[in-house]
Design a protein around this ligand. Structure first.
Ligand code: IPM
Ligand code: MG
Length: 362
């Protein structure tokens, strides 16, 4: 039976980079016989412009019906003046929440070809292979009460709430332990247990879950230290599991270790392993429409889709090898350009990956 894929290009550079990822999907379908049906819908600012809402009914229905979603990015200055309830980001958060995508996997892997692209010394980052497991449907992003209220004095007060139930903590920790079992068997749980009761509970539950995984080494780290350790000695980490907001921040930090945020894909999975796949970078309005954005994070997100939702690990490997092959040809988008390489645009990079995919064969 065909797998149903929903494409949500989104805003800013989203449509440009997703177009390249779709070329990869189409190549897998047409040249390698993968049974795929591809649909497209609006999300974020582009959806607001058309329907007055960043997550239209039709998009949500298609997302529910499809096996996997590929998303570009949402947001941009055009929509910043809007009320927060209809801003593009709300569309993305709504989709994560409606589909129950609680487990966000953000691998930070350094392609050896890009050892010089990082702002850190090559010896600090070479061989880097970290997996950040970010809780995605709870925590301060969704906690109530929230909002801005006006006090009797007339002064306004902003409120957001950090909340986690034991079961929410337990299920994300289990995802991290299960994944660590297939890797170097180390999990570092990141919290702020010295200050926040909610993450004191997080630490307690992580420890309890850890007793079910005797072959996995569990460590705990405060988030401030984790941020420092990520830039000091990132290779000490294997799997990092953390809250929604800490994961948001630490994954941007980890991205820079790999040379560019333009290289990092992500998978957001629910309990049935249905997935939404998206580059972790944003909509980059400053370079949107110029054809210079790096499509590799979007293409690598397709590889994650093949691995985690479509049950096609061999094809996933092939896509990753095709990305490596394009880098071997010394092709670089502007964000990863270096001396001795050829700077190319979004489409040329996508085409190089597709050509390499064909060359690699079955
Ligand atoms: C991310 C992004 C989103 C987040 C924004 C766009 C809502 O920064 O996926 O990391 O904060 O989760
Ligand atoms: Mg982020």
């Amino acid at each position: 039976m065909s797998k149903q894929i929903l494409i949500l290009p989104g805003d800013g550079i989203g449509p440009e980079i997703v177009a390249e990822a779709v070329k990869v999907l189409v190549c897998l379908r047409d040249d390698f016989g993968l049974a795929l049906d591809i649909y497209e819908a609006l999300l974020g600012g582009s959806a607001y412009d058309e329907h007055g809402h960043p997550l239209p009914e039709e998009t949500l229905r298609l997302a529910h019906d499809c096996d996997a979603v590929l998303l570009g990015a949402v947001g941009g200055p055009k929509w910043e003046p809007l009320d927060i309830s209809v801003r593009p980001e709300k569309g993305l958060l709504g989709l994560r929440s409606e589909l129950g995508l609680f487990a966000n996997l953000r691998p930070a892997i350094l392609f050896p070809q890009l050892a010089d692209a990082s702002t850190l010394k090559p010896e600090v980052v070479s061989g880097l292979d970290i997996l950040i497991v970010r809780e995605l449907t709870g925590g301060i992003y969704f906690g109530r009460p929230r909002g801005v209220e006006t006090l009797d004095s007339g002064e306004r007060r902003g409120i957001n709430t950090l909340v986690y139930t034991e079961s929410e903590i337990e299920r994300i920790c289990r995802v991290a332990f299960d994944l660590a079992g297939k890797r170097s068997k180390r999990v570092c749980s990141v919290d702020k247990a010295n200050v926040l009761e909610c993450t004191e509970l997080w630490r307690e539950v992580a420890t309890r879950v850890g007793t079910d995984y005797p072959d996995i080494e569990l460590s705990h780290m405060y988030v401030d230290n984790a941020a420092m350790q990520l830039v000091r000695a990132p290779k000490q980490f294997d799997v990092v599991v953390t809250t929604n907001m800490f994961g948001d921040i630490l994954s941007d930090c980890a991205a820079q270790l790999t040379g560019s945020i333009g290289m990092l894909p992500s998978a957001s999975l629910n309990a049935e392993e249905k997935g939404m796949y998206e580059p972790i970078h944003g909509s980059a309005p400053d370079i949107a429409g110029r054809g210079v954005a790096n499509p590799l994070a979007a293409i690598l997100s397709v590889a994650m889709m093949l691995r985690y939702t479509l049950g096609e690990p061999v094809q996933a490997d092939r896509v990753e090898r095709a990305v490596a092959a394009a880098l071997d040809q010394r092709l670089r988008t502007a964000d990863i350009a270096a001396k001795g390489t050829e700077t190319v645009g979004t489409a040329r990079m996508g085409d190089a990956v597709v050509a390499a995919l064909r060359e690699i064969g079955d």
